[in-house]
Design a protein around this ligand. Structure first.
Ligand SMILES: Nc1ncnc2c1ncn2[C@@H]1O[C@H](COP(=O)(O)OP(=O)(O)OP(=O)(O)O)[C@@H](O)[C@H]1O
Ligand SMILES: [Mg+2]
Length: 287
């Protein structure tokens, strides 16, 4: 194991991402929700005060892998002109062994200093699973408690929005989903046909495409493909064109056809059913 020194705490990096709403294909409704829940409050906090409403402190994005959760969180930060602190659940546990609560305190402290700021907890289920399990020596339990107290605003969380992401919402400690914590949840689905077409547009924007390339047809052919799969298809199509003779050239439909043969949809039908279940379950918790 590496780097368990106290200085590991310095590894809370503040970034300024460069991802715009336009870089996210499809998900129009999700983008609108994030604009209202994140962008407006961070850009115009005074409006919320004047209207007498509190913006949400925490938002949970959940759904299958590769559907754009991380991308959306970054776009929300860019478009809100906010700083971005990204924390990967498993990393917090491994890098900050024995100091996990301190790490959480440090993350929130940095966030307040860097406000307006978005704190992004990726793979939230790994740091905030239901308490009372016997899987570790109470580490995650203490972390959940620390996150709860930070989010409860014992120390004021002004201009800081927390976004969590997970593929397994059913594993998350329900205490984290109560009002004033991650009290909004947004399901990020596998893209439908028209969303797939938009994602193809995003990922071919900078590519020299032959006139014969029909993005609509590609969208038709890629049922079950996630945004990440589509990005891979586009990359693979360009590579397949290059492989012919290592010269820059227009990418043709046949290159995409070749790419589709190597890149298969990453989410299976069974997985999809499981996501549907977790969506229903979480839906119930919020009524
Ligand atoms: N809606 C989308 N529009 C454009 N590109 C997308 C979209 N969804 C995914 N991608 C592409 O796939 C990559 C991976 O997506 P991202 O990391 O946001 O997925 P995720 O939902 O966070 O997955 P995981 O649950 O595995 O963390 C992105 O960097 C982007 O290139
Ligand atoms: Mg992600």
């Amino acid at each position: 194991m590496k780097d368990i020194t106290p200085s590991a705490l310095r590894e809370v990096y503040v970034e300024v991402p460069e991802v715009h709403w336009d870089d996210v294909g499809g998900l129009a409704d999700v983008k609108r929700q994030l604009q209202e829940m994140v962008e407006w409050p961070l850009k115009h906090p005074e409006l919320f005060e004047q209207m007498g409403i509190e913006p949400p402190k925490g938002i949970l994005l959940y759904g299958p892998p590769g559907t754009g959760k991380t991308l959306l969180a970054k776009a929300a930060a860019t478009e809100s002109q906010a700083n971005f602190i990204s924390v990967k659940g498993p990393e917090v546990l491994s890098k900050w062994v024995g100091e996990s609560e301190k790490a959480i305190r440090e993350i929130f402290k940095k966030a307040r200093q860097a406000a307006p700021c978005i704190v992004f907890f990726d793979e939230l289920d790994s740091i905030a699973p239901r308490r009372g399990g016997h899987t570790d020596s109470g580490v995650t339990e203490r972390m959940v408690n620390q996150i709860l107290s930070e989010m409860d605003g014992l120390v004021s969380l002004k201009n800081v929005v927390v976004i969590g992401a997970t593929n397994r919402p059913e594993l998350i400690d329900p205490a984290l989903l109560r009002p004033g914590r991650f009290d909004r949840s947004v399901y990020i689905p596998i893209p439908d046909r028209s969303a797939r077409e938009e994602i193809f547009k995003v990922h071919t924007k900078k590519m020299p495409l032959d006139e014969g390339v029909d993005l609509k047809a590609l969208a038709e052919k890629t049922e079950g493909y996630t945004g990440a799969d589509i990005a891979a298809v586009c990359r693979e199509a360009a590579l397949s064109a290059l492989r012919e003779d290592m010269k820059p050239k227009k990418i043709q439909m046949k290159h995409f056809e070749t790419a589709l043969k190597t890149i298969q949809p990453s989410v299976s039908k069974e997985d999809l059913l499981r996501y549907d279940d977790s969506k229903k379950m979480l839906g119930k918790m919020f009524v």
